[in-house]
Design a protein around this ligand. Sequence first.
Ligand code: CO
Length: 146
Amino acid sequence: MKKLLAGFAVLFLSNTALAECVFDVDVGDNLAYSVSEITVDKTCAEVTINLKHTGTLPATAMGHNWVLTNTADVAALGTAGMGAGPQNNYVPVDDSRVFANTKIIGGGESTSVTFSIADLDPAGDYTYFCSFPGHWAAMKGTFKIS
Ligand code: CO
C-alpha cells in the first residue's frame, strides 16, 4: 500500500511538472521580449511570468514591464498607461482591461507576476505588451491558452 501511494505521488508530481505554468521572459536595452509567444496550459491554477532586464539602461530611460490584455485593447491601454505615469508603472489603476502586469524594471532588475487564468477564455485573443511610453506598438507578444 505504501508503494502504491508513492506511485500516485510521483504521477501527480510529474503531471504538475508537465504543465507549462512558469515562464522566463528577458528584456534588454531594446524594444523586444525574448519570446514572442507564450502558451500556457489551461490546467494551470496559476501562471507566473518572471521578467528579467538584462540591459544596462535605467528604468527611466529603457523601462519595461509585462502587461496582459485583450489584443483589441493594446493600443488604448498603451495610451492610458502613459497617462497613468511612472508612479503607477504606466498601468491604469483598477482597469478591468488589465488581466495581469508586472512593475516597470530597468537594467539588471527582475520582477515577476503570478495570476489566475480562470477568467480567461482559451479561445480568446490575448497579447502581452510593454506599457512604457512609446513601447507598446513594437514591444509585444501573443499569449495563448491551450
Ligand atoms: Co518596454
